[in-house]
Ligand binder design. Sequence first.
Ligand code: CAA
Length: 392
Amino acid sequence: MAAVLAPDAPGTLSFELSDEHKLIRQMARDFAQSELLPGVIERDRDEKFPEELVRRMGELGLLGMMVDPQYGGGGMDTVSYVLAMEELSKIDASASVIVSVNNSLVCWGLEKFGTEAQKRKYLPALTSGEYVGAFCLSEPEAGSDATSQRTTAEDRGDHYLLNGTKNWITNGGRAGISLVMAQTDAAKKHKGINCLIVERGTPGFAIGKKEEKLGIRGSDTHSLMFSDVKVPKANRIGEDGFGFRFAMSVLDGGRIGIAAQALGIASGAYELALKYAKERKAFGTEIANHQAIQFKLADMATQIEAARLLVLKAAREKDLGKPFGQSAAMAKLYASKVAMAVTAEAIQVHGGYGYVKEFHVERLYRDAKITEIYEGTSEIQRLVIARHLLGA
Ligand code: CAA
């Protein structure tokens, strides 16, 4: 199903989604309700990666939404992607981060900057759900300060020799391929960094411990270790020294995905709170009839609407080929803040029930926090926005 909007005619501003966009949103909503919702509490409790559901998401085209159909993708636009991300994240943010990393960091990065051979070799498996991909930038001592890469990729003629450790890698233990940023020429600082495609099972590549997390517990987060891993030169993305700019460009798009995830976590919690408020009675009437609750719902809905507009604006700018880094950072900064505020209020509306697992909002509250951290903390988003504002 293709869903690519033609550019707006000059001077027009439309808040309407196309019929195709609505269909994609409905498909994601139906899938989330019928297949992600059953078992989501148990997967969170047991830290269980949704293996079967990943395959199913591949079948439904959710893993390579924006990839050209010639490589097995859905040929959709970023607006379609964020609509789907919101729906999946309302129910299961662990599943949606798998979707986000695979779509916007790995598939998009490979398709935009990879060679034809790399695209043909890896994209069909990534889009079908045969395997997922991982994006490896963070290190024990390089989180926000991402240029300080200690992992090295020594140039050995026809291959690189990769050594180092990557931290907090989403999909780390499951990934068929990992995009690994590593320093080839330290004298050139960030201009000496390369991005290498490393296949699972390559000798010297070890998967470290799985992290026990506050939220998104059904996702798979590991440290990865590389010890004299031989990576062919053919697996480098872009020209020599392009790795850091690759990571930054890809993260601009990734931040739209995480903003949509935060939006979904917020709107999922809000929908649960609204429903509960109409059912739960106190002082002789449904609590939705109390102004104390009405004001909460009004604030939640307003914040969510504002976040949604920012997310859609960033996605639309990307689809139109306009610069979108500032909008992506604004969308992520704001939507993640809204996710924190709205999930806390959703628990408050639920009272004691909100504090127990059965009612889902406590999970959404725990899941919300990571959206202020990964793919650039809120502080980094402010830095990116400020640099745009100042033209720096
Ligand atoms: N697009 C393309 N290139 C960019 C860019 C962008 N958005 N932003 C910066 N660059 C380029 C710059 O042009 C510069 O290149 P040149 O020298 O060739 O011009 C180079 O990158 C270095 O940029 P800066 O001088 O701005 O570098 P800096 O160190 O001052 O700051 C930063 C960069 C914005 C702080 C960056 O380090 C950053 O974004 N840090 C956060 C890292 C991050 O988001 N990590 C997330 C981990 S991935 C993850 O979470 C995935 C997951 O599992 C869910």
